[in-house]
Ligand binder design. Sequence first.
Ligand code: HEM
Ligand SMILES: *[C@@H]1O[C@H](CO)[C@@H](O)[C@H](O)[C@H]1NC(C)=O
Ligand SMILES: *[C@@H]1O[C@H](CO)[C@@H](O)[C@H](O)[C@H]1NC(C)=O
Ligand SMILES: *[C@@H]1O[C@H](CO)[C@@H](O)[C@H](O)[C@H]1NC(C)=O
Ligand SMILES: *[C@@H]1O[C@H](CO)[C@@H](O)[C@H](O)[C@H]1NC(C)=O
Ligand SMILES: *[C@@H]1O[C@H](CO)[C@@H](O)[C@H](O)[C@H]1NC(C)=O
Ligand SMILES: *[C@@H]1O[C@H](CO)[C@@H](O)[C@H](O)[C@H]1NC(C)=O
Ligand SMILES: *[C@@H]1O[C@H](CO)[C@@H](O)[C@H](O)[C@H]1NC(C)=O
Ligand SMILES: *[C@@H]1O[C@H](CO)[C@@H](O)[C@H](O)[C@H]1NC(C)=O
Ligand SMILES: *[C@@H]1O[C@H](CO)[C@@H](O)[C@H](O)[C@H]1NC(C)=O
Ligand SMILES: *[C@@H]1O[C@H](CO)[C@@H](O)[C@H](O)[C@H]1NC(C)=O
Ligand SMILES: *[C@@H]1O[C@H](CO)[C@@H](O)[C@H](O)[C@H]1NC(C)=O
Ligand SMILES: *[C@@H]1O[C@H](CO)[C@@H](O)[C@H](O)[C@H]1NC(C)=O
Length: 354
Amino acid sequence: MDGAAAAAMAAAVVAMLCLQLPAVGFYNTSCPNAESLVQQAVASAVANDSGLAAGLIRLHFHDCFVRGCDASVLLTSANNTAERDAAPNNPSLRGFQVIDTAKSAVEASCPNTVSCADILAFAARDSINITGNLAYQVPSGRRDGNVSLDTDAVANLPRPTFNASQLVANFAAKNLTDEEMVILSGAHTVGRSFCTSFLNRIYNGSTPIADSGLSSGYATLLQALCPSNANSSTTITTVLDPSTPTVLDNNYYKLLPLNLGLFFSDNQLRVNSTLNASVNSFAANETLWKEKFVAAMLKMGNIEVLTGSQGEIRLNCSIVNNGSSSSSVAAPRIKTTVPSYSGSTASLDEIATS
Ligand code: HEM
Ligand SMILES: *[C@@H]1O[C@H](CO)[C@@H](O)[C@H](O)[C@H]1NC(C)=O
Ligand SMILES: *[C@@H]1O[C@H](CO)[C@@H](O)[C@H](O)[C@H]1NC(C)=O
Ligand SMILES: *[C@@H]1O[C@H](CO)[C@@H](O)[C@H](O)[C@H]1NC(C)=O
Ligand SMILES: *[C@@H]1O[C@H](CO)[C@@H](O)[C@H](O)[C@H]1NC(C)=O
Ligand SMILES: *[C@@H]1O[C@H](CO)[C@@H](O)[C@H](O)[C@H]1NC(C)=O
Ligand SMILES: *[C@@H]1O[C@H](CO)[C@@H](O)[C@H](O)[C@H]1NC(C)=O
Ligand SMILES: *[C@@H]1O[C@H](CO)[C@@H](O)[C@H](O)[C@H]1NC(C)=O
Ligand SMILES: *[C@@H]1O[C@H](CO)[C@@H](O)[C@H](O)[C@H]1NC(C)=O
Ligand SMILES: *[C@@H]1O[C@H](CO)[C@@H](O)[C@H](O)[C@H]1NC(C)=O
Ligand SMILES: *[C@@H]1O[C@H](CO)[C@@H](O)[C@H](O)[C@H]1NC(C)=O
Ligand SMILES: *[C@@H]1O[C@H](CO)[C@@H](O)[C@H](O)[C@H]1NC(C)=O
Ligand SMILES: *[C@@H]1O[C@H](CO)[C@@H](O)[C@H](O)[C@H]1NC(C)=O
């Protein structure tokens, strides 16, 4: 068999084994402006609030890990039992309004054509381009689901209290490898967290502590920020990467050995020697991480996608088409106002060793 034949056979095998999205440029003829309209909506929202880029990247992740990339994360329910109402998503998930704005623009240009799931994937891609100067093409042709249950979000999303083996198992359940788990965790180079996601690392009850993987200097800063009784109504947040909070770079991997990973789960990447070796390679080579991050994002964007005549093209991203009256009523969203916190200006080494 010559090289071309081998390559063709390899491609055929890959096509058989992988659940493939139709194509890059799925809307080339049906809605040629789709991707640029989404890009404009994302660019203008991020120009106004840079944190929305992180929000949109996480929105796509939380969509794909729960019932696949089918925009189920965007659905509302009359009794607040949709995915977005679940504790891992509420109140922390953000960027819904950006998707709604993009969807309106796309509907005005080509009605009933572009899925909310694809808009989410485009918006995450655009957010990565803006924050990381990292451009790539994303296949499209996803269709929208019409089921969204808070219990599915709780059961499928990884938690910040997970240890290394739990993290690996959670990603394996989505056919993502140990290395891809480490690669995708690098998304914590942008964005923010509410206090509740790291409270157990800095307090034992009301007593200040620093867990064994957290710099005591950093713990002190976080204790000054978050009261020990912080709960889901506490609107205080802090950035995940205090060195470059709005830039998609490899600093996440450089922070971990300084004991500056914010979540217990972040620090778990260091305690296992296999995962730690990946951390070290990405800390040493940003180009390597970015290449692998794009590949892993594309794989994540393929999880359990609906294609062809499966699902539907939702007209309003938060409501299923022709739904029953109970599911078509959009519940009022919990609104939180989030004061901005710029973090310490002390150097990272000072924070780590103080
Ligand atoms: C490895 C397991 C993961 C865990 C345990 C985890 C956990 C968390 C938690 C607890 C937060 C903060 C939520 C809050 O505000 O309280 C967060 C934020 C974030 N996560 Fe993850 N995450 C994981 C993987 C990922 C992946 C795979 C991505 C994307 C590819 C991602 C992207 C983000 C982003 C961008 C933010 C900031 C969101 C914002 O600023 O609005 N995370 N994550
Ligand atoms: C859409 O157009 C782009 C750019 O010309 C091309 O790379 C892509 O293959 C096209 N996709 C389809 C499905 O036509
Ligand atoms: C800009 O962001 C502020 C809050 O950060 C928000 O209140 C306002 O509506 C946003 N404006 C636009 C045009 O998105
Ligand atoms: C990435 O951003 C650049 C600069 O704004 C833009 O020219 C380019 O079209 C974007 N690429 C993609 C794939 O969206
Ligand atoms: C990780 O957590 C699971 C579930 O709590 C536990 O069974 C397991 O022993 C833990 N693994 C390690 C290495 O701590
Ligand atoms: C993982 O791969 C297996 C075997 O190809 C497939 O049956 C399963 O549906 C996949 N799971 C996900 C979440 O993609
Ligand atoms: C938390 O405090 C209690 C009571 O002071 C103590 O028994 C326990 O060992 C502490 N837990 C940790 C993880 O330090
Ligand atoms: C959060 O804490 C505040 C003050 O400690 C309390 O009044 C409120 O009921 C708590 N909210 C939740 C949702 O637990
Ligand atoms: C590290 O994690 C991998 C993947 O879960 C596991 O196979 C290996 O046993 C772990 N190594 C250690 C030293 O815990
Ligand atoms: C993780 O890598 C660091 C180098 O940054 C090394 O010093 C440490 O021993 C490694 N830890 C494990 C558990 O392999
Ligand atoms: C970094 O990774 C890139 C991409 O894999 C590779 O081409 C380059 O040689 C690596 N650089 C170093 C210094 O190893
Ligand atoms: C759910 O999706 C199917 C397509 O898979 C569609 O035919 C059906 O009308 C939808 N159900 C509701 C209640 O909207
Ligand atoms: C919430 O409403 C849905 C229909 O929209 C219904 O199927 C579900 O049982 C309700 N859940 C609760 C807890 O009432």
